[in-house]
Design a binder for this molecule. Structure first.
Ligand code: LLP
Length: 421
């Protein structure tokens, strides 16, 4: 459920008409709903309420300071994957002890940054990383709390570009080598082994792969404990999928996911962490865009929008489906037409949908891409020198621009001219 609903025939974000915001901010722009963000966070938090736990929002999904502050105020921790994300989390007021550091390529600088600013744990992904972490922590005279990310070789049954839990993926250490690598970690200075980490992929619409992976983690916990390691925390990753098309079957609910966690690892007495990104932010955001032209092709009609692949890359990159709805609700029973929905960027890949049937639209009409809150604004670029798409956050009947659209001068003045020109 989200808070983007038609009221009196016009799309609202919570209590504000979307068209009112478009008139002030201009299009395209991302628009988030506070109530939806909070609701989704609480669903996870409640789903784990029977166990000691921390929900660490995977801020790669949407990392605007206002979004982080909204979630941090609810008690969210953060899952970060770069020095930039760590700095953003700290700037939003998240204390180090609520930040976990994931990612396959943490640099020495990033490791030192997190050790200096405080960190809940590093999720270590390889032996060489473990050695660097040990050296940096030892030199700084501190102990780095670590989990080791294991790759359980489970098929997440999701898009190949976002599956991470198969042995051919670059993530984690093979679970078959876990005992050896934990033994190595225990012997290294500057490290304190505290748990196990796993993350098998994103946009999972079936719970079965989670179940398989978490069973393997439960077995590994017992084995490692028998080997003398103190395993007190399990980071179970993110990945729960969302419905992108309203006609689709509903993916599993966080409550079912929470029950699965309880069932598979609840008996171990570990503190549980999860790292959801998409399910918290995805349906809490839309991309609002305006029709520039309706163009007649030879055998099709093109709807040319002012939003483009640089603003929302998911359809071009993953063939992702997003519902695209008119901001003014069509009259019931109106005859539908098929459109190829495209942006103005000079590539055929700048196509959001082909043959999408919807009520007829004309130049000047507003449309909303639903489910665009996660991996939308964060993956935007200025390709074709289109200024970075702005972001707006709504709450009840207020809204605020949380990242303004850069002017052309802002864009140009970021470049610097070498002395010979
Ligand atoms: N934890 C780790 C270690 C991850 O790599 C990810 C996502 C998450 C948590 C959060 O997963 P989520 O709950 O959001 O599924 N750009 C792609 C998605 C990439 C996901 C990368 N890792 C897309 O637009 O579909």
């Amino acid at each position: 459920m989200d808070h983007f609903l038609y009221r009196d025939g016009v799309l609202h974000v919570e209590d504000t008409p979307v068209a009112e915001i478009a008139a002030e901010v201009g299009t395209p722009f991302y628009l988030y709903s506070t109530a939806t963000l909070v609701r989704h966070f609480r669903l996870f938090d409640d789903a784990l309420s029977g166990m000691p736990h921390l929900v660490c929002y995977a801020m790669k999904a949407a990392s605007n300071q206002a979004i982080l502050k909204t979630l941090a105020a609810e008690g969210a921790g953060m899952d970060v994957v770069s020095g930039g994300e760590y700095a953003r989390a700290k700037a939003a007021g998240v204390p180090g002890e609520r930040i976990v550091f994931s990612g396959v390529g943490k640099t020495e600088e990033e490791i030192a940054q997190a050790l200096t600013g405080g960190i809940r744990q590093f999720n270590v992904e390889s032996e060489p990383e473990m050695q660097v972490l040990s050296r940096v922590a030892h030199q700084m005279g501190v102990e780095a709390p670590i989990t080791i990310r294991v790759n359980p070789d489970v098929d997440a049954k999701t898009h190949a570009k976002i599956a991470t839990g198969k042995s051919e993926n670059k993530f984690g250490i093979p679970i078959s080598r876990a005992r050896q690598v934990y033994a190595m970690a225990a012997a290294l200075p500057g490290l304190k082994v505290i748990g196990i980490d796993v993350h098998i992929g994103s946009q999972l619409t079936d719970l079965a792969p989670f179940e398989l992976a978490y069973q393997k983690v439960a077995e590994l916990t017992e084995t490692l404990r028998a080997d003398g390691h103190e395993i007190m925390r399990l980071d179970l990753g993110g990945g729960l999928g969302i419905p992108y098309a309203r006609s689709n079957e509903a993916p599993p609910m966080p409550t079912d996911y929470g029950a699965l966690i309880q069932r598979t690892v609840g008996h171990l007495g570990c503190e549980i962490e999860i790292e959801p990104g998409r399910l918290i932010a995805g349906n809490a955001g839309i991309l609002v865009s305006r029709v520039i032209y309706v163009k007649e092709g030879e055998d099709r009609q093109f709807l040319i929008l002012d939003g483009a692949m640089n603003d929302l890359i998911r359809p071009a990159m993953y063939d992702a489906y997003h519902d695209i709805v008119p901001v003014v609700e069509p009259a019931p029973g109106v005859e539908q037409v098929a459109y190829d929905i495209v942006g103005p960027v000079c590539e055929s890949g700048d196509t959001f949908a082909k043959g999408r049937t919807m009520a007829p639209l004309k130049a000047g009409d507003l449309v909303a891409f639903r489910s665009a809150g996660a991996y939308g604004a964060v993956m935007a670029s200025e390709y074709n020198s289109r200024p970075l798409v702005p972001e707006v956050l709504a709450k009840g009947d207020h809204y605020a621009v949380i990242r303004p659209r850069p002017t052309f001068d802002d864009m140009i003045n970021r470049d610097t001219i070498p002395p010979w020109l």
